[in-house]
Design a protein around this ligand. Structure first.
Ligand SMILES: [Zn+2]
Length: 116
């Protein structure tokens, strides 16, 4: 199937995959990631990852710890109240998730919409 995007048929805005920002500005090509989130339950993450401008700046600068703190802070603020178990699980999962992003990324970021 071929999907043609024109200004009158612009794709819907994508949220940032690293935080909760509703409109990503950058796209990172990435191989498919298969993650076992709990025993017996796998999540398949296929296609590019999308980042808002602040997350993109942290990725470009290699500030992974800062990106992890930003993601967790914004996730907690948006999805509260979290149970203690959920909060602990999410906090523990962020570093491995960002590591998988780094190891599965296949190229440079591209500005969504083609502008630089
Ligand atoms: Zn973001």
């Amino acid at each position: 199937m071929f999907l043609q995007c024109t200004p009158g048929n612009a794709p819907a805005k994508r949220p940032c995959d690293f935080c909760v920002h509703p409109a990503a500005a950058w796209s990172y090509p990435c191989r498919t990631i298969i993650r076992e989130v709990v025993e017996g339950l796998q999540v398949i993450m296929a296609g590019p990852w999308h980042a808002c401008a602040p997350c993109h700046r942290l990725i470009a600068a290699g500030k992974w710890a800062e990106l992890r703190r930003r993601s967790l802070r914004l996730y907690r603020a948006t999805h509260r109240p979290l149970t203690r178990a959920a909060d602990t699980a999410i906090a523990a999962d962020l570093a491995p998730l960002l590591h998988q992003f780094r190891t599965h990324r296949t190229g440079p970021a591209e500005r969504i919409g083609g502008a630089s």
